[in-house]
Design a protein around this ligand. Structure first.
Ligand code: GRF
Length: 197
């Protein structure tokens, strides 16, 4: 059973689904938020999971990441899951957790990395969008994909309606991908996501 830490900044709906989906492959042992009062902290506490707030303000990126690293190592975390964590991580932190650090992004990567995803998808009149779980590498949203799910984009969609549709598939996809990693069924090898049965 892998010890998982989840980093959040906000409402934590993905965190909630990761909590609810816990099985023999993983246990969430710590939730870290960079934002005090983030709703996701209440969800963790409601499930009896330890929480820590590590504010990023007034710190260099490296100092903030080093503080998180200390908390993660102290908790004996084996996997770190980003779930609506709104900070870019330093190269050093990412390298230190290489192959053990995953993120969910609300697009069909490699398309639409970065921010304002749903606005851009609608502007481009895409017929499909979706969500991707990927290993985190130093380049933003550029790591190899572990799992993806698509949703249709309707002509009447607003960024919010599309975000809601994508979020619904995120909630299924993220626990599935985490279980693959926790069960050692996917590994990051030479920059690729390599799957074993
Ligand atoms: C999700 O849309 C996720 O893809 C993005 O941030 C959002 C987090 O939502 N990275 P929540 O905090 O899990 O509800």
């Amino acid at each position: 059973m892998k010890r998982v830490a989840v980093l959040i900044s906000g409402r934590g709906s993905n965190l909630q689904n990761l909590i609810d989906a816990q099985d023999v492959s993983y246990r969430i042992i710590l939730v870290i938020s960079n934002i005090e009062g983030a709703a996701g902290l209440d969800r963790a506490q409601g499930a009896g999971i330890a929480t820590t707030v590590i504010p990023h303000t007034g710190k260099t990126r490296e100092a903030f990441d080093a503080e998180m690293d200390v908390a993660l190592r102290a908790a004996d975390a084996q996997i770190v899951v980003l779930a609506g964590f709104m900070r870019i991580l330093s190269d050093g932190f990412v390298r230190g957790w290489e192959g053990k650090l995953i993120n969910i992004h609300p697009s069909l990567l490699p398309a639409y990395r970065g921010t304002r995803v749903h606005e851009r998808v609608i502007e481009a009149k895409e017929a499909l969008s979706g969500a991707s779980v990927h290993f985190v590498v130093p380049e933003l949203d550029a790591g190899p994909v572990i799992a993806q799910a698509s949703v249709p984009v309707h002509p009447s969609d607003t960024p919010q309606s599309l975000a809601d549709r994508v979020l619904a598939v995120e909630h299924k996809l993220y626990p599935e991908a985490l279980k693959l990693l926790a069960a050692d069924k996917v590994k990051l090898e030479k920059g690729l996501a390599v799957f074993t049965p």
